[in-house]
Design a protein around this ligand. Structure first.
Ligand code: ZN
Ligand code: ZN
Length: 358
């Protein structure tokens, strides 16, 4: 996005008397501009072993240094997922009670709704307004996902839209499927992401007392809603074993996280582009089923302020259907949407297929 033009060297006659010596400070600045992104981010004083590892990373072509601690956490999480799946579905001695299944299914809906209708459509895009009871519900739903805090989520998402598929996009899909799905959490952020993130206008988020409360008490709230309560509720109310409640919750988290990560990977790489073929995000109906309506990504990147995040409320757009229900009781209001004429115009001029085939 910011390709400097290199002037070709041309022969000029320089009289010795006009030459001047550069000070060491100037030379330092001069070399600094030539330092690669990898070297700018490379951790200092890591010892001989890690220095050798960093050299290997660099030779292997990593654009930014790896954060090994994050890899360890993510690998441990995935080992836990495999163990849970084995103990529940193959060994079956840890098979949950029917009530636990119903509880986790309902919790999955609440979590997904908290992320899609809350963090995404309401807080990141301001696509509609929500009354306090709905905001509280969405915030709790978001907390049950066990994700980053809302402030960082919204800021990352706004940068993602503004600089999609560039070095300033936190999960830049041009760096490949794995990077956009989960790899972006395993490496240091590109300096362009950090530079643009601080410029994002977050005044609406900072001015929301509910979100301020959420950020101030984030660690304890996350522990409570993403772990303690979902494990204790089945144990207290229908006498589920604590180990079973925990293992089943791990699978619920795995489902939610991979579904939401898929919006950054699958929906940026697989599907058609009927609204704007010049951008990468795609219409992916499979993902729309799993994410209750977040896979219509070509439309969403074309009209990010539309509360439906898709042209149509049907099919596979449960988030929009739920928001329409909340609009009936007045908890969701001022829903913004693109007019049919605007959609048709844009799709006809930029889409990859005739509009009536969409
Ligand atoms: Zn996207
Ligand atoms: Zn978005």
């Amino acid at each position: 996005m910011k390709n400097g033009t290199m002037n070709k060297p041309s022969e000029v006659e320089v009289k010795p008397s006009l030459e001047r010596e550069f000070t060491s400070k100037e030379i330092d600045q001069e070399t600094q501009t030539k330092i690669s992104v990898y070297d700018q981010l490379r951790p200092k004083n890591e010892g001989p072993f890690m220095s050798a590892v960093r050299e290997l990373e660099k030779k292997a072509g990593f654009e930014t240094p790896i954060v090994y601690f994050n890899i360890l956490v993510l690998v441990m999480f995935h080992v836990l997922i495999l163990v849970s799946a084995y103990l529940i579905f193959i060994d079956r001695r840890y098979y949950p009670k029917r009530q636990t299944f119903i509880f986790l299914f309902s919790l999955t809906l609440l979590t997904t709704f908290g992320v899609t209708a809350g963090a995404h459509r309401l807080w990141s895009h301001r696509a509609y307004k929500a009354k306090i009871p709905l905001q509280i519900m969405l915030l709790i739903g978001f907390l049950t996902a066990g994700m980053n805090d809302l402030y960082n989520w919204v800021r990352d998402h706004r940068v993602h839209h503004k600089f999609s598929e560039t070095s300033a996009d936190p999960h830049n899909a041009t760096r490949g499927f794995f990077f956009s799905h989960v790899g972006w959490m395993m490496t240091k952020q590109h300096p362009d992401v950090l530079r643009e993130a601080v410029k994002v206008d977050m005044s609406d988020i900072e001015g929301n007392p509910l979100i301020r409360f959420h950020v101030r008490h984030f660690k304890i709230l996350k522990l409570l809603f993403a772990l303690v309560l979902p494990v204790l509720i089945p144990v207290v109310f229908w006498d589920e074993r604590i180990s079973v409640a925990f293992l089943a919750l791990v699978l619920k988290h795995a489902y939610i996280l991979h579904t939401m990560w898929s919006v950054n990977s699958f929906a940026h790489l697989y599907g058609n582009r009927p609204y704007n073929s010049k951008i990468n995000p795609r219409e992916n109906w499979v993902l729309s089923v799993f994410s209750i309506g977040e896979g219509w990504h070509n439309y969403h990147h074309t009209f990010p302020w539309d509360y439906k995040a898709a042209e149509l409320a049907f099919p596979f757009n449960g988030t929009t259907n739920l928001l329409d229900l909340f609009a009936k009781v007045g908890w969701a209001y001022d829903r913004k949407m693109a007019s049919p004429a605007l959609i048709k115009n844009v799709a006809e001029s930029k889409g990859d297929s005739p509009y009536n085939e969409i």
